[in-house]
Design a binder for this molecule. Structure first.
Ligand SMILES: [Zn+2]
Length: 178
């Protein structure tokens, strides 16, 4: 039952987002599960509010997966976090949707063998009916990244979409609506 599994993942993400990121949630996430080259972007709409969560392997973003050990690695992590703390500039909703970003949070999480960047943010849209596509600037900034798996749920339904490196936008109309 592939479809119901996807739904439960998205719903779990939506409820986790509703309560905000916590250290408990972070420690429960299994970084072993990620595939290098593949980030996950979850998106849950409730009316005018779109909550986003991005998980990106450290390898895709800075080229290593451990705590920064020298100045070059520290500055790579700092630079990546400063980009990821403006996630609304990496994943851009249409102007017509009239959205405002808030609650941006980005962190670098390391485990024994893997590390990930975990980013959450909220977009509040005056016109969510127009929030049906997302321009992808992520690959232009993080050139080691290959793919994003987008899981979206909202007023129009739900969608699971694979976005490849050469794509510049993703259609969210199956999930997001007014
Ligand atoms: Zn890894």
């Amino acid at each position: 039952m592939k479809i119901s599994r996807k739904v439960s993942i998205v719903l779990a993400a939506a409820s986790a987002l509703a309560f905000g990121p916590t250290s408990l949630q972070a420690s429960e996430r299994n970084l072993d599960a990620h595939e290098h080259g593949v980030s996950t972007l979850r998106l849950a709409q409730e009316g005018k509010v779109l909550q986003f969560e991005l998980e990106a392997p450290g390898d895709d973003i800075v080229g290593f997966e451990h705590a920064a050990e020298n100045d070059a690695q520290k500055s790579a992590v700092t630079n990546a976090l400063s980009q990821l703390q403006k996630p609304e500039t990496l994943f851009v909703l249409p102007d017509d949707a009239n959205c405002t970003a808030s609650d941006q949070h980005a962190e670098f999480e390391t485990e024994e063998d893997h590390a990930e960047f975990h980013v959450t943010w909220t977009m509040t849209c005056e016109n969510p009916a127009s929030a049906t596509s997302l321009a992808i600037q992520f690959f232009g900034i993080f050139q080691r990244a290959e793919e994003i798996e987008v899981e979206a749920i909202g007023n129009a339904g739900q969608a699971a979409i694979e976005v490849e490196k050469d794509q510049t936008s993703v259609d969210l109309s199956q999930a997001i609506g007014g």
